[in-house]
Write a protein that binds this ligand. Structure first.
Ligand SMILES: [Zn+2]
Length: 337
C-alpha cells in the first residue's frame, strides 16, 4: 500500500541486530570513573580530541555527555558509578533465531525475546543485577569513542570507556514506566483514566509520582484525533513517541541477497534493540505475559497460553498432582483417626 507519506513496511523484515552487538569477553565491573585510573577531565580531553563534543556555537550536543558524563541527567547518586569493560576483548553475539540457514524475522532466541521486559524488570533490582545484564548483553550503546584504548602508565593495562550507571538507571526507569502504561492499555485497566489526564489545556500523563505534560496548548490540534476523555489513544501515541526517540538514527536497513533479497532493519545498538522489541509489542506483533510456573516473560501468540515451555507446563502439572495426592493421603489419615 502506498500513501503520500511513504511506502508500506509490509515487505520489510526486522532483524535484531547481530553483527553490531558485542559484549566484553572478560565481563564488566563497576568503576568510580568512566575509565578506571583516569580522571574525568583527562578522559573528556581524549574523547574530545577524537570526536568533538561541543558544537561550533559552544553548546553541548553529544549524547556521550549524558551516557558517559551524566551531563543532563537527574543526579540522585552522590557517588556515581560506571559500567566498565574488564578488557578490550569483545565478541559479537547473535540474538536471532535461525532455522537452518534462514534468518527468521522477529523470532528471537529466548530469553532474548523478552529483552525489553528483562531490562525494565531491573528497576526492582540493584546495581549487581544491572551489571549481570551488562555481562550478558554488553553496553547499551557503543559509540565510536568506546573503541578508544587508554593505557595505564603504571601497569600497562589496556582499558576502555564505560557507561554511566546513573544513565542506565534512567533508561530502565523510562522503559519500566512505558511498560506499566502499556500493560494498563492491554489489560483495559480502569486505572488508565487516572493516568491519562484530560484537562482544559491538553493532556498530562501521570506515571508513579511524576506528571508529564504531553499535549499542551502548542499542539492542541492533536486532540482532534481522539474523542474527549479517551485514554487509550493518547497512551499509545505517548508510547510510540518514547520508542521513536530511542530508534531515531538507530535502525539501518540492509538488503540481504542470501535471504531472498529481503530488506531487513537492523538496530545499531542494544538500547535500540530493546526499544524495537517494545515497539513490536505495542504494535501487537508480540504479546508478552509472565509464565505461571517460572515467572519469566515469554511471547504468547496463543491467547490461551500460560506457560513458557513444555518443561514449565509439566512442572506445574506435577506440582498440582503432588498437592492433590497429599490432600488425599491427609483425608485417609483423618479417616483413620
Ligand atoms: Zn516458565
Amino acid at each position: 500500500m502506498h500513501n503520500e507519506d511513504g511506502i508500506s513496511l509490509r515487505d520489510i523484515r526486522i532483524g535484531a541486530c547481530t553483527s553490531l552487538l558485542s559484549v566484553c569477553q572478560d565481563g564488566y565491573f563497576l568503576s568510580k570513573t568512566p575509565v578506571p585510573g583516569f580522571d574525568n577531565s583527562e578522559v573528556l580531553a581524549r574523547i574530545n580530541e577524537c570526536q568533538p563534543l561541543t558544537s561550533i556555537d559552544g553548546s553541548f550536543k553529544s549524547e556521550i555527555l549524558n551516557t558517559v558524563f551524566n551531563i543532563g541527567l537527574n543526579k540522585t547518586d552522590d557517588r556515581p558509578l560506571w559500567i566498565v569493560p574488564n578488557s578490550i576483548r569483545h565478541r559479537r553475539y547473535d540474538l536471532l533465531k535461525k532455522r537452518g540457514k534462514q534468518l527468521m524475522a522477529l523470532e528471537l532466541e529466548p530469553p532474548g525475546s523478552a529483552l525489553h521486559r528483562q531490562f525494565a524488570s531491573l528497576i526492582k533490582k540493584d546495581a549487581r543485577d544491572i551489571l549481570k545484564f551488562a555481562n550478558k548483553y554488553g553496553l547499551l550503546k557503543r559509540h565510536p569513542v568506546h573503541n578508544l584504548v587508554f593505557r595505564n602508565r603504571n601497569t600497562g593495562q589496556q582499558l576502555q570507556l564505560g557507561e554511566s550507571l546513573l544513565w542506565w538507571k534512567e533508561e530502565i526507569r523510562v522503559l519500566a514506566k512505558c511498560l506499566q502504561l502499556w500493560d494498563m492499555v492491554l489489560g483495559g485497566d480502569k486505572e488508565l483514566k487516572n493516568t491519562v489526564l484530560w484537562h482544559r489545556d491538553g493532556i498530562t500523563i501521570r506515571l508513579g509520582n511524576s506528571d508529564v505534560p504531553f499535549i499542551s496548548r502548542a499542539n492542541m490540534n492533536l486532540l482532534d484525533r481522539w474523542s474527549n476523555g479517551d485514554a487509550k489513544g493518547p497512551a499509545l501515541y505517548y508510547l510510540s513517541l518514547e520508542a521513536d526517540r530511542r530508534l531515531l538514527n538507530a535502525l539501518t536497513p540492509k538488503l540481504l541477497p542470501s535471504q531472498n533479497s529481503e530488506i531487513y532493519l537492523f538496530p545499531d545498538n542494544l538500547l535500540a534493540t530493546i526499544w524495537l522489541m517494545f515497539l513490536l509489542e505495542i504494535s501487537g506483533r508480540t504479546r508478552f505475559i509472565q509464565c505461571h510456573s517460572c515467572g519469566e516473560y515469554f511471547d504468547a501468540r496463543d491467547p490461551r497460553a500460560r506457560f513458557c515451555s513444555t518443561r514449565c507446563r509439566m512442572r506445574n502439572y506435577r506440582k498440582r498432582r503432588t498437592r492433590k495426592s497429599k490432600g488425599r493421603k491427609k483425608v485417609k489419615e483423618d479417616e483413620r483417626v
